[in-house]
Design a protein around this ligand. Structure first.
Ligand SMILES: [Zn+2]
Ligand SMILES: [Zn+2]
Length: 283
């Protein structure tokens, strides 16, 4: 116990120059204004829909613009495959966001009431607690995603559900949530297990939404630019090349975020062989 208390104290001393919580003082007044002006139902419902929509399209924007910037082409993974059927993707995406995901978000308020999730500024967890909670959520989601995604590739299931997501063999950011409604619900459950396990504040829920969107949009961008995404600082982060290969090859690399499960079960073999061959050809 003493060891944990000492560790927490050391982290607090080392980071004493930072504001008391991860939002910092510039955003404090806005958060206090929001909680004073809107009801918890409005924050949980409209706030969560707003956070999801703004972050989704904001994170998709850079890689959407890259297709118009010739100098970015050298970062494109499948060089010979331009982005195509983008409008079709947006249409199904908007249907999914407002007809499948928004009704699910309607349950957020009731979840926060049952589990005692806090909304007030003073209860916002310290930044390192938030970071640990989000990493915990990512590990749980990655595990869920690996096994359920692999199951969705079973020949009896694939053509009924997961085929929709795989209609793009050279993905781009918006493809991240382009999926059959059943897939949205089934794979989406991995996102909620982490929340049920770790969430104690609305901020934590929204930070996890942002991190999960950053991850899933990054791996679908079709561009490999590690320095643009801080997720690459996390050991074992798979990155865009791994999932891009999954769309190109249909087999292997079933994890969403990390490399561990694919390594353990050898489902990254075709991916490794492909890049080993490519390297040999270039030499
Ligand atoms: Zn797949
Ligand atoms: Zn995908």
């Amino acid at each position: 116990m003493n060891g944990t208390a000492d560790l927490v104290k050391s982290i607090e001393t080392l980071t004493s120059f930072l504001p008391n919580n991860p939002l910092g003082t510039p955003l404090e007044s806005n958060w206090r204004y929001m909680t004073a002006t809107y009801t918890e139902w409005e924050i949980a419902t409209y706030g969560s829909i707003f956070v999801h929509e703004v972050i989704y399209f904001m994170f998709c924007l850079p890689s959407f613009l890259f297709q118009f910037i010739p100098s970015m082409k050298r970062f494109k993974i499948q060089q010979d495959k331009p982005e195509e059927r983008q409008w079709g993707c947006v249409k199904l995406l908007l249907f999914s966001h407002f007809c499948i995901q928004a009704p699910m978000i309607l349950g957020t308020y009731y979840f926060t009431q049952v589990f005692g999730i806090k909304y007030d500024y003073d209860s916002i967890p310290r930044w390192y607690v938030l970071a640990a909670q989000v990493i915990g959520c990512a590990i749980i989601e990655d595990t869920w995603h690996y096994f359920l995604h692999r199951l969705l590739h079973h020949k009896r299931l694939y053509k009924h559900v997961h085929k929709v997501h795989h209609s793009y063999t050279a993905p781009f950011g918006l493809v991240a949530e382009y999926a059959h409604p059943i897939e949205t619900v089934v794979l989406g459950m991995g996102f909620f297990i982490g929340i049920v396990t770790f969430c104690n504040h609305m901020v934590m829920m929204w930070v996890w939404v942002a991190v999960r969107l950053l991850e899933t949009i990054d791996v679908h961008t079709g561009y490999d630019i590690p320095w643009l995404n801080p997720m690459h600082l996390i050991p074992g982060y798979a990155g865009s090349r791994a999932h891009d290969f999954h769309h190109q090859n249909f087999v292997g690399n079933y994890s969403s975020t990390f490399v561990y499960w694919d390594k353990l079960f050898g489902t990254d073999k075709q991916y490794k062989d492909y890049y080993a061959q490519l390297k040999n050809k270039q030499q």
